[in-house]
Write a protein that binds this ligand. Structure first.
Ligand SMILES: [Zn+2]
Length: 306
């Protein structure tokens, strides 16, 4: 009989957690109010409105869960949320990494705002809420673009400069926004996009080039037949690419492989991190699961200047 032993272990673990919780919580324990408030203002704000969570313990849990949490997306089992750390930090409005207390504090604030238990721990429930938030900002209407809404972009805009003309179509507004975003990335010298002697973009530079833009239903079906293992998270039956407003952009690594090791490379490249911080200014929203896939949903009034 192993059940009683499991129970005992469970209660010991629970008691230990509770002790940790009490240890870390109490702002009054042997500290003057000024010492309590000497941390970030955010922390004291959270303390005044929610049951003060054990942020030290939460930070340790987050460090572990970032690689260990088991969850499901697109019918596939997923391991951890470390691939989405930069998107999560942006959503939470924090610069702190998951192992830091500041991350747990920012998360607790977001959890409270989202009607979740503000534990500061990025568990399954909070992760699904984040996924829902990201997914909710994507293109909802996937009606195929009418031919007159599309422009044909030059081969130089594409990762594969041999790409056929019928595969180089982009919805008009999306293309304008993409060109503006590209110009901003090029102007940001910290990204190091390759330049020729004339100071212009080097012809061989692949970063931020378009891998795939508008796709017809026929072309999407062809891709699905060629990659049956891609699953619904990868090649959708009803693809946002039909609208001409979804762009796959080269951010490094294997261009469009959802393999975790590949995505781990992509989400750390300067160009991807730049997109996470800046794409929204140009009206582009991420598809969290594919670092290369960005959708033009327009510039919202709160973030845009025009
Ligand atoms: Zn895509």
């Amino acid at each position: 009989m192993k059940y009683p032993r499991v129970h005992v272990a469970f209660w010991i673990a629970s008691a230990a957690f509770l002790l940790l919780f009490l240890w870390d919580v109490s702002p009054t324990r042997g500290q003057s109010p000024s010492a309590v408030n000497s941390g970030s203002g955010d922390q004291s704000r959270v303390r005044s409105t929610v049951l003060v969570p054990a942020f030290g313990a939460a930070a340790a849990r987050n460090a572990a869960l970032s690689t260990e949490l088991t969850w499901t997306f697109g019918g596939k089992e997923q391991h951890g949320w470390y691939l989405y750390t930069s998107l999560i930090k942006r959503l939470l409005g924090t610069k702190d990494d998951p192992a830091a207390k500041g991350f747990a504090v920012a998360l607790a604030r977001w959890q409270q705002k989202s009607g979740l238990q503000s534990s500061g721990v990025l568990d399954e429930e909070s992760l699904y809420a984040m996924v829902a938030a990201w997914q909710g900002r994507r293109i909802k209407d996937r009606t195929p673009a009418l031919p007159e809404a599309l422009v044909t972009a030059p081969p130089a805009d594409y990762f594969d400069q041999e790409r056929l003309e019928e595969l180089r179509q982009v919805e008009r507004e999306t293309y304008t926004a993409y060109k503006r975003m590209f110009a901003a990335a090029l102007a940001d010298r910290s990204l190091g996009l390759a330049r020729g002697r004339d100071g212009q973009l080097h012809a061989n530079e692949k970063l931020l080039k378009i891998i795939s833009s508008f796709r017809s239903r026929e072309y999407q079906e062809k891709l699905r037949r060629e990659s049956p293992q891609a699953g619904s998270a990868g090649l959708a039956v009803n693809s946002p690419h039909f609208t001409g407003r979804a762009l796959d952009l080269y951010v490094g690594g294997e261009p469009v492989s959802t393999n975790d090791a590949n995505r781990a490379v992509q989400v750390r490249t300067p160009i991807y991190l730049w997109l996470v911080r800046n794409a929204e200014r140009f009206g582009f929203r991420p598809y969290f699961y594919e670092p290369w896939h960005w959708e033009y949903t327009g510039v919202s009034r709160s973030t845009g200047s025009h």
